[in-house]
Design a binder for this molecule. Structure first.
Ligand code: AMP
Ligand code: ZN
Length: 130
């Protein structure tokens, strides 16, 4: 998981975030097309967009998934939704709607283990998902 040998156990949490692409985006260490940022959250375009609008909203703080975030700070989920609602307005998604997705774990299809919400819009989304 850590890519290169053992690291001291005391730095276990830090080591996880060291290897996290979304932590690096939040820290400005790797580039992303940012559409929103505040002290707690960052939103940016998905690098592999699946719709005309495909944004990812993340907390700057590393939580592996929504269950971990809810356990540690349930009110974060209300605050992140305020960012989603703001983006929906800014990207003109309110009238025609959009899809908000939080893939969680293996069966959920989560590939990046840092809590993120997909905001997908600009086209009709089929159902059921694959
Ligand atoms: P998930 O499958 O829900 O974990 O979604 C992860 C998403 O992150 C995918 O849609 C990827 O295209 C996206 N992604 C991965 N790396 C980057 C990156 N460096 N910049 C923007 N989006 C990314
Ligand atoms: Zn992270």
């Amino acid at each position: 998981m850590f890519g290169g040998g053992l690291r001291p156990a005391v730095s276990g949490v830090k080591a996880l975030t060291d290897d996290c692409v979304f932590c690096k985006i939040a820290a400005g260490e790797i580039p992303a097309k940012l559409v929103y940022q505040d002290p707690e959250f960052v939103a940016f375009s998905d690098i592999n967009a699946q719709a005309p609008v495909h944004l990812l909203v993340i907390p700057r703080k590393h939580y592996p998934d929504i269950l971990a975030a809810h356990k540690a700070d349930a009110a974060l989920l209300e605050r992140v939704f305020a960012v989603v609602a703001r983006l929906a307005a800014e990207k003109n998604l309110e009238a025609d709607g959009f899809r908000l997705v939080c893939n969680t774990g293996r069966n959920g299809g989560q590939t990046v283990k840092h809590l993120h919400f997909h905001v997908l819009g600009g086209r009709f989304m089929g159902w059921p998902p694959g």
